[in-house]
Design a protein around this ligand. Sequence first.
Ligand code: FE
Ligand code: MN
Length: 361
Amino acid sequence: MQKTFQVGSKTFVLDQAKAEAAFAAKKVINGRETMTFNLLPLKYQWAYELYRKMKANHWEPEDIPMGKDIEQWRDEKALTDAERWIIRMGIGYFSAAEGIVGDNIQHVVRELVTAPELKLVLGRHAHEENIHADSLLYMISSLAINPHECEAMFEDVPTIVRKNEFVTKVSRELRRELDLTQAASKQLLAKNIFVFGQCMEGTQFYGLFGMILSLYRQNKFPGIGQMFRYTLRDESNHIEVFRNLFMDLIEENREIWTGEFKEELRGLMAEAVTLEKEFIRDCLPVNSVGLSADDFTQYIDYIADRRLEGVGLAPLSAGIKNPLPWLAEMMDIKKEQNFFEGRVTEYQKASSLNVAADDEL
Ligand code: FE
Ligand code: MN
């Protein structure tokens, strides 16, 4: 018997019995291991949809002009020391962080999940971390910052060292032979996905995102600000990828979703928040125009609770208000008609042309 399957705008006719068997064999973990990248029939529809969405948001660092940023960086009077320090901390922290996230996807998460459409979206996710790492190189070279200084920051700035250690720990725990049929191993993976998606990309990235966008709002570092806005748009998709992955992993392995495990995850988020607050105090030793460390630390409490709720966990600071509402507005990049629009549309056109070509096959 034949059955019709729909993938996006494409239609496929598959042998029903084979398709059903292949569908049933698809699992987040412990599913059928196959050398062939058999996307059909698609089980995790969200993964394919996010993959398409991420691809349509493609950007390249060099398309963003850095002329104004270079001018401001060189002009003694254009910036305060506090503002320069935020840019250094931003470049220093993210230079390490983007690589750590990409490495964990490629060597841990993408290795352990079994459904091909999950591997597909994780491949794109890892590629976007490469774009982010590349954008930092572009900033470093444009401002003529000594790259060794950035490297030294992730060894010499204790609050950066602690943030990195917090995440690399849950990555290292999984780099060995693990029997993923054991509940304890499944929890290690769930913990990894939670820490990377919700604690790191979802919360610990937001202190600097907020500070850099606050400068951007004052017309300082327009090129860097723009790159961070594109990065932030990518990160919202990454948080969503890891949130869905986490939810499906839990759904398929209900035995690991114990009260004790939930509390462990909330405890990890609390730790992430503490580390991020210490880091924010380092970035903002003194309050500067439009930049108050208290606002940013409260913002972290607020964001952390949104992440916890997103995966069905109780908040840590129930009822907390967003102290920086303008940030939410600025992060909503979709609404804005910006100078980069032309290029984004070009990429989107190219990808929809591919869809049309595929459809004719
Ligand atoms: Fe990133
Ligand atoms: Mn990311």
